[in-house]
Structure formats: C-alpha cells, structure tokens
Design a protein around this ligand. Structure first.
Ligand code: NAP
Length: 284
C-alpha cells in the first residue's frame, strides 16, 4: 500500500508553526502586513484571494485588500504597486494572477520590490533561488519540498524527474530539488520518449496541466509521485495530471488531488510573509 501524502495535514502543521512564530514576533513589537491586489472579479481569483486573506487572519498577519476594477490601466496598477513598495507598513505585496489581458503581467511582477515579493516571481527572487542565495521561494514548489521532507522522503541523491517547465512550477521545482542534492531531469512538451524518462524517476513530479495524463506506464515501481495538476473530471470532481487510481498502487508514496499539493501553496505563501518579518528582525 502506498503512503498517501496528506497535504491538508502538513499545511495545517506549517500554519500552526507560523502562527506560533508570529505570536512570538508580535510580543517583540513586530507585525506583518500583506497587501493583496486583485484586478477585476474573476470568480476563481476571488476564491484564491479570500483563502489567502483567511490564512493571514489565522496566522496573525494583517492583510490589506485592494480590489480594482477590470478597466484599471497598467499605469494605475503600477502606481499602486510603487506606493505599496514605498509603504513601510506593508511587508509583502501579492498581485493575484492572471491579470486582465490589457495588463503586462511581467511588467507588474518586475515592479514589485524584490524585498516584498512574497510570490517569489520577481527575476531577482528567481536568480537568488538558482544561485543558492536566501530569498523568497516560489510557493508551490517550496510546498512540495516540505511535503517530501515532512513525509520522511529523502531527496539527496535521488533521481528526480519534473514534467513541466513553467516559471511558476517546473523551473523553480528543478532548482529546489537541485538545492536538495537530487539529480534532476526536466521534461516538457518537446521531450522525446517521456515514458522512458519518467520511469527513471525515484521521485516523479508532474506539473503539465494535462488531465489524468500520467498512467502507470510512466512510473517505476516504488517511485514517489507528486501531482501538481488541478482539473475537473467528467463528473466535475477535482483530479490531477496523474491518473490516481491507476498509478497509486505501483507507488511507494503519492499525493491525492484534492488534498495533496494544493493546500501547500498558501502555507508557503504565509511562510514567505513570515520571512519578511524574520528579515526585518535580523536587520533590527
Ligand atoms: P503550464 O504553464 O501550462 O505548463 C505546463 C508544462 O507542461 C509546460 O512546460 C509544457 O511544456 C509541459 N507539457 C505540456 N504537455 C506536455 C506533454 N504532453 N509532455 C510533456 N510535457 C508537457 O502549467 P503550470 O502553470 O506549470 O501548471 C501545471 C498544472 O499544475 C496545472 O494543472 C495547474 O492548474 C496546476 N497548478 C497547481 C497549483 C497548486 O497550487 N496545486 C499551482 C500551480 C499550478 P512546454 O513548456 O514545452 O509547453
């Protein structure tokens, strides 16, 4: 029987640890405030934003909401981000993506101060990650490292295959695994012989955005399989990039969807918010 990695439980554990740390820091007069900016009212984004604000409240971090109209111009958004950059009362800035099509996301990401970049998407944060410097980590891949470590799965020396090379999951995932001394292969849509490459993996991380694509032919017996995908199946039930029922029996450990990687993203966002407090504490 595989070990079912419980992301809900592990994320709760992390949030409780952060809550205790925030309480300790508050006793020393340190407080954190996250600015959450949403443009337009895409229902999925509103759910994500609300969950982030709830997590802040749970941990003891203040959150300030900026809900802007769909027609907001790029220049207006840039000036709000610049204002927040300059505001000492704001530790972290989160601009909920995706933004409306008339706004250049990359330009907005680059405008956020790297010192307040709690999503870890700014090129400075990405660079710090690759050269092994301290900085804000991209939340979903950082959450996967926590899932593995807190489930007692060693990463060092393991053959890890990451399927997907997006800037928010695949690439930072590869960098973090490398940092943990794994041997890392990154596969993508032009990869030849994906099955053969995936079957090399001791730890297979799937972030390809293709519903139930990975079946047991892609998985070595006893491998650990982490499913980042998030979709609705034909019965409107949540499912991942991995065909769970087919794959789980041949693994040693596996993440379900929902309840695997999903809950970790917010937990690690909260960790980045607390990191802004740790940095200020060190500088004090
Ligand atoms: P993305 O930007 O669409 O990237 C998908 C990656 O998969 C690309 O690099 C693509 O290759 C590769 N790919 C697509 N088809 C492939 C194939 N047939 N064989 C091999 N590689 C293939 O997706 P993403 O943003 O990384 O997200 C991936 C999935 O994770 C989505 O389902 C998303 O909803 C989910 N997600 C979940 C969370 C969470 O918190 N749980 C967070 C983020 C994302 P190319 O580069 O060659 O196009």
């Amino acid at each position: 029987m595989p070990h079912i990695i419980n992301g809900k439980e592990i994320s709760q554990q992390i949030k409780d640890e952060l809550k205790a740390e925030v309480t300790r820091l508050a006793e020393k007069g340190r407080h954190a405030c996250l600015a959450v900016v949403q443009v337009g009212n895409d229902p999925a984004s509103s759910v994500y934003v609300n969950n982030k604000k709830k997590a802040c409240a749970y941990i003891g971090i203040e959150s300030k909401s900026y809900e802007l109209a769909e027609e907001t111009t790029e220049e207006e958004l840039i000036s709000l981000v610049e204002e927040l950059n300059a505001d000492d009362g704001v530790n972290g800035i989160l601009v909920q993506l995706p933004l409306p099509a008339h706004i250049d996301e990359d330009r907005i990401i680059r405008t956020i101060s790297p010192d307040k970049d709690v999503d870890g998407f700014h090129p400075v944060s990405v660079g710090r990650l690759w050269i092994g410097e301290k900085g804000f980590l991209s939340c979903t891949p950082a959450g996967i490292i926590q899932l593995l470590k807190r489930s007692g799965i060693a990463i060092e020396g393991k053959e890890c295959v990451v399927i997907g090379r997006s800037n928010i999951v695949g690439k930072p995932m590869a960098a973090l695994l490398l940092r943990e001394n794994a041997t890392v292969t990154v596969a993508h849509s032009r990869t030849k012989d994906l099955k053969e490459i995936a079957r090399r993996a001791d730890i297979l991380i799937v972030a390809m955005g293709k519903k139930k694509f990975i079946t047991r032919e892609y998985v070595k017996a006893g491998a650990v399989v982490i499913d980042v995908g998030m979709h609705r199946d034909e019965n409107n039930k949540l499912c991942g990039d991995v065909d769970y029922d087919d794959v789980a029996p041949v693994t040693s450990a596996v993440t379900p969807v929902p309840g695997g990687v999903g809950p970790m993203t917010i937990a690690m966002l909260m960790d980045n918010c607390v990191e802004t407090m740790r940095i200020r504490e060190e500088e004090a």
